[in-house]
Design a protein around this ligand. Structure first.
Ligand code: GLU
Length: 416
C-alpha cells in the first residue's frame, strides 16, 4: 500500500506532542493546514492541442511569518503530498528560527515531456492562478524537485507584471541577474555538509574516512557528492531516476557530474569497473553515511532493517517513515532529520529574500558564514536535547521547531 506523506507528517506531530506534553488544541491545529488552493492550468501545447494540468499551493502555517517553500513539478504530486511538504517547511523554518512559516506548491506534470515554451506557459499560468496567495509578505515560493532558477524567473515576471513593478522578493532561487543570491544553488548541499561534519565531530569520526552512498543526483545529491568527494570521502554509489551505479573503490564523481549535466542518464554511463544497482540495492549497500536525496518514503518498515550504515543524512524531505525511524534508532543508526539536514536551502532563500527587500547584495563569504552559523546553532541545540533526553535527533529537532510555533500560537491566540 502507498504511504501517504501527510499521514507521516501528522504522525510525527503526534510523536512530538506526546514527548512535549503539547496542549491538545494546538496539536490538533498543527495537524491541519491553514489553506490550500487547487487550480486548473489549461495549456495550449506546441501542436495546438490543449492539456489541462492540476496545480496546488498550500500554506501550513504563517503564524511566525510569511509562508515559505518550494514548488515541485512531478507526475505523482497530489494535494496530500503538498500538505505534508508544507508542514515540514514550517518545522524547517522554525528550527532555524527564521521569521517564516511553511508552504509548498506543486503541479502534476512530467516536465520532461514538455518543450521549453510549454514549460514557460505552464509556469506563467500556474503563477497567475495562485497570485492572490503569494507575495513577499504572504508566501514566497522557491525551487524544489524538477524546478529551477529559470522557472523562478518566470514566476517573478508574472507577479511583477501584474503588480506593475519589479518585485524580486516574491520568490527565491532566482537567477543572480534578477535578484537571486550567490550561494543559493549549492546551499542545500552545503548545509548537509556542515551538519555531517559537525555530527562526525560529536561521534569522533573523521569525515574524510567515511564511505558514502547517495540516492538522487540532482541539485542536492550532486552538490553533496561533490563536496564529500573533494573532502576525500569514498563515494561508493549514487543514483538518478534511471539507475544506481556502484564502485567498491569509489566513483569518479567529477566525471559522473559532467555526464548528468550534459542531460544524460547514469544508465548510459560506461565504465567496466562500475556496476549498476536497483534502488533497493543502493539503499541497503553497506556504507558509513547514507544520503537519501530524492523523494519521500524511501526508507520504510520494509527495508529499514536491511539498512547498513552509521548515519542517515536526509537530503530529501520525508525520506524515512516513522516506523522505519524506530527500526533505525533501535539499530543505533543516527538519522539526521530532513528539517535540519536539508535546511541550508531555505536558509539561503531567506538571505535572498532579505537581500531583495533591502536591494543590497552580499558576497559569497558572508552567505556561507551565516549559513554555517545558523545551521550549526540548530544542530548544536538539537544534538544537546537528543543526548540529554535520550531521544532521536528527529524528535529533538521537532521539540525545538514545534515549541516555537506553539509559543507563537499561544501569544497570538485563536482569532477572534
Ligand atoms: N524546496 C526547498 C526545501 O524543501 C527550499 C525551499 C525554499 O527555499 O523556500 O527546503
Amino acid at each position: 500500500m502507498e504511504i501517504n506523506p501527510y499521514d507521516v507528517a501528522k504522525a510525527q506531530i503526534e510523536i512530538v506532542a506526546k514527548e512535549m506534553g503539547l496542549d491538545k488544541n494546538t496539536t490538533q491545529y498543527l495537524k491541519r493546514i491553514e489553506r490550500a488552493l487547487i487550480v486548473s492550468i489549461p495549456i495550449t501545447m506546441d501542436d495546438g492541442s490543449v492539456q489541462i494540468f492540476e496545480g496546488y499551493r498550500v500554506h501550513h502555517s504563517t503564524v511566525r511569518g510569511p509562508g515559505k517553500g518550494g514548488i515541485r513539478y512531478s507526475p505523482e504530486v497530489n494535494l496530500d503530498e503538498v500538505k505534508a511538504l508544507a508542514t515540514w517547511m514550517t518545522w524547517k523554518s522554525s528550527l532555524l528560527n527564521l521569521p517564516l512559516g511553511g508552504a509548498k506548491g506543486g503541479v502534476r506534470v512530467d516536465p520532461r515531456k514538455l518543450s521549453m515554451k510549454e514549460l514557460e506557459r505552464l509556469t506563467r499560468r500556474y503563477t497567475a492562478e495562485i497570485i492572490n496567495i503569494i507575495g513577499p509578505d504572504i508566501d514566497i515560493p522557491a525551487p524544489d524537485v524538477n524546478t529551477n532558477s529559470q522557472i523562478m524567473a518566470w514566476i517573478m515576471d508574472v507577479y511583477s507584471m501584474q503588480k506593475g513593478r519589479s518585485i524580486p522578493g516574491v520568490v527565491t532561487g532566482k537567477p543572480i541577474e534578477i535578484g537571486g543570491s550567490v550561494g543559493r544553488e549549492p546551499a542545500t548541499g552545503m548545509g548537509l555538509y556542515f551538519v555531517l561534519k559537525a555530527l562526525c565531530g560529536k561521534l569522533d569520526l573523521s569525515l574524510k574516512e567515511q564511505s558514502i552512498v547517495i540516492q538522487g543526483f540532482g541539485n542536492v545529491g550532486g552538490t553533496i557528492s561533490e563536496l564529500l568527494y573533494n573532502e576525500g570521502c569514498k563515494i561508493l554509489a549514487v543514483s538518478d531516476i534511471s539507475t544506481g551505479i556502484f564502485c567498491k573503490d569509489g566513483l569518479d564523481i567529477e566525471k559522473l557530474l559532467k555526464w548528468v549535466k550534459e542531460g544524460k542518464y547514469l544508465k548510459d554511463y560506461k565504465d567496466s569497473s562500475y556496476n549498476f544497482l536497483t534502488n533497493e540495492e543502493l539503499l541497503t549497500t553497506k556504507c558509513d553515511v547514507l544520503v537519501p536525496a530524492a523523494i519521500e518514503n524511501q526508507i520504510t518498515e520494509k527495508n529499514a532493517d536491511k539498512i547498513q550504515c552509521k548515519i542517515v543524512l536526509e537530503g530529501a524531505n520525508g525520506p524515512t517513515t516513522p516506523e522505519a525511524d524506530k527500526i533505525l534508532y533501535s539499530k543505533g543508526i543516527h538519522v539526521v532529520p530532513d528539517i535540519l539536514a536539508n535546511s541550508g536551502g531555505v536558509c539561503v532563500s531567506y538571505f535572498e529574500y532579505i537581500q531583495d527587500i533591502h536591494s543590497y547584495f552580499w558576497k559569497l563569504d558572508r552567505i556561507n558564514q551565516e549559513l554555517e552559523r545558523i545551521i550549526l546553532e540548530a544542530f548544536e541545540e538539537t544534538y544537546k536535547i537528543s543526548v540529554e533526553r535520550k531521544i532521536p535527533l528527529r524528535t529533538a529537532a521537532y521539540i525545538i521547531a514545534v515549541s516555537r510555533v506553539a509559543k507563537a500560537i499561544e501569544l497570538r491566540g485563536f482569532f477572534p
